[in-house]
Write a protein that binds this ligand. Structure first.
Ligand SMILES: [Zn+2]
Length: 422
């Protein structure tokens, strides 16, 4: 049976101006057509008609950077990894469900323990439970003792790294994630590149030989340069840390390398803000906690400033939250878009960064845009998100593959997801 959805406007996810008085036609879990309202309303025999006056239709959202088997409720990586593979797999299912309830119909997992993200992806593909569709890399490739080494992706040397890429492909990796610098893992150095240039070149070459895209976690300028020079497809975070104190120095020459290569960068702004929210909600802060608040406030401000400067320099961004990491929940994407918008990112561009552009970057050809033949991943929200992105928190309807998902509404979002930017 066909379904027709009407609303005041439709944002198709390509970045095009909204279509007024649209009729979206769905059949068999796919989009059949996007009609201009002037074509007239479907007749009573045409199929099911869902009318949403005052509302906006848009594609289901895509979060391009999550960690499904971290809970996003506070535990450190080290704490979460101690729980074992069964708990981490179960956590991944819960995380995917939390995302879907908020209208995020696809997530890209950027690093999980062993094969847990493949297992969750398989369970959802089988229809065992509900959750955001999962695009997964398995364990991120890292140096011995490097960022997220506990996930099982450590390898060294050109031969070892080529073998690791091949193992991940064998086990079901949709793409390859590389930890190009240290990160939040205890004992790693965020301000230094992890791999030698030859090692990074070998990872990217082997991934491309296996027809997998590569995205690289980069918290320092040298790691970005290495990734760009190796021909990586995407950069995560793109921070510019220079030493152990957390100090950053924006590097226009490195930004120019990203822009000239045309490599997109994932934003992950909300991960810093979520940490600030957490500590600010506490009654009394210890000096150590106060120092954390100061550090994350500074990082949030700097990163937003860098987003503006990099955008002006010609770098393209896609939206990602780093959900799972510490205090970042899986329904925080709307807040991520609001933070982008608070910077220089236009409202429509922010939506495109979480729909059409996100789909392009992760290599998903049939989601993210409301086009004939695409999967019927559809949101209907109350109001006009171009006037105020807040209405993305009010989905009236969430469809994934044309299937209606249970709607729980804004009151069921986590406090972080309901919060406003700093
Ligand atoms: Zn991450």
């Amino acid at each position: 049976m066909k379904t027709f959805i009407t609303a005041d406007q439709l944002i198709d996810g390509t970045g095009a101006a909204p279509l007024r008085n649209p009729v979206l036609e769905l059949e068999g879990g796919r989009i059949r057509a996007v009609h201009n309202g002037s074509a007239g309303r479907p007749g009573p025999d045409a199929g099911e008609l869902l009318e949403y006056p005052g509302a906006t239709i848009l594609p289901g959202l895509i979060d391009t950077h999550v960690h499904l088997n971290l809970p996003g409720t506070g535990p450190t990586l080290e704490e979460a990894m101690r729980e074992g593979i069964e708990v981490m797999t179960a956590t991944a299912m819960g995380s995917a469900a939390q995302a879907l309830r908020a209208g995020i119909t696809t997530v890209r997992d950027l690093g999980a323990f062993g094969t847990t993200s493949f297992a969750a992806r398989r369970a959802l593909d089988l229809g065992y439970g509900k959750g955001a569709r999962i695009v997964a890399c398995g364990a991120p490739i890292t140096i011995t003792g490097g960022h997220c080494w506990q996930m099982g992706g450590a390898a060294d040397g050109i031969e070892g790294l080529r073998r690791k890429v091949r193992e991940l492909c064998r086990d079901g990796a949709d793409f390859i994630k590389v930890m190009g610098s240290g990160g939040g893992t205890v004992g790693t150095r965020s301000w230094k590149p992890s791999f030698t240039r030859d090692e990074m070149n070998a990872i990217v070459d082997e991934a491309h030989r296996n027809e997998r895209r590569v995205t690289v976690h980069c918290l320092c300028g040298a790691s970005i340069s290495n990734a760009v020079a190796a021909g990586a497809d995407q950069i995560e975070h793109a921070n510019f840390l220079v030493d152990a104190s957390g100090r950053q120095e924006y590097d226009p020459a490195v930004v120019d390398q990203i822009a000239r290569a045309g490599i997109p960068v994932t934003t992950t702004l909300v991960v810093y803000v979520a940490s600030v929210f957490h500590y600010r909600n506490k009654e009394r802060l210890t000096p150590v906690e106060q120092a954390m608040v100061d550090k994350w406030c500074r990082r949030a401000e700097e990163t937003l400033d860098y987003l503006d400067r990099m955008t002006r320099a010609g770098v393209r961004f896609v939206a990602g939250t780093d959900a799972g990491w510490r205090f970042t929940p899986f329904d925080a994407l709307m807040l991520e878009l609001e933070i982008m918008n608070k910077g220089s990112y236009a409202t429509l561009d922010a939506i495109t960064a979480a729909t059409g552009d996100a789909a392009d970057v992760i290599g998903a050809e049939d989601i993210g845009k409301l086009r004939p033949g695409h999967r019927a991943d559809v949101l209907v929200v109350d109001g006009d998100p171009l006037a105020d992105l807040d209405c993305l928190r009010d989905p009236l309807l969430i469809l994934q593959d044309g299937q209606s998902q249970h709607i729980t509404g804004r009151a069921n979002l986590t406090p972080t997801a309901q919060a406003k930017p700093l």
